[in-house]
Design a protein. Sequence first.
Length: 142
Amino acid sequence: MEFEYNRDKKSLINVMKSKAEKKNLKVGLENDKISITLEQGKFNNGEDAIPVTFKGKLADKSDKCIISGKFTYGFYLYGLVFFAAILIVARFVASAMQKQTDNIILCLVVTVLLAIVIVVVNFKSKKGKAVIEEYLKNLNVR
């Protein structure tokens, strides 16, 4: 995702910090890297149920500033899915080698459950993504 602003970098950072407080967002700046997350417990409609973070880079181009980046879910969620996938594959391979059909079926059921969890996380995170995206789109408004 890419957002373009009619401000210089310094004024954009000041505007971002002031508007983030009003929208219950945390803005982290380090050199040219930026991260925007929702403050936990400050939303009523469950927007902060899934920890969504926008990570990107700030770039200056003549009189404009550009933020380009993507949404992430955090290390723990990615780690959980990765670890579960490794365990499922390892168990499936061991069961296939020993021709244990019950365990193979169980691995397939668990794989389907993991896929359902991934779909639910993507669905539940849409509200949080929308809050951050709206915030980034409205930074040009004075």
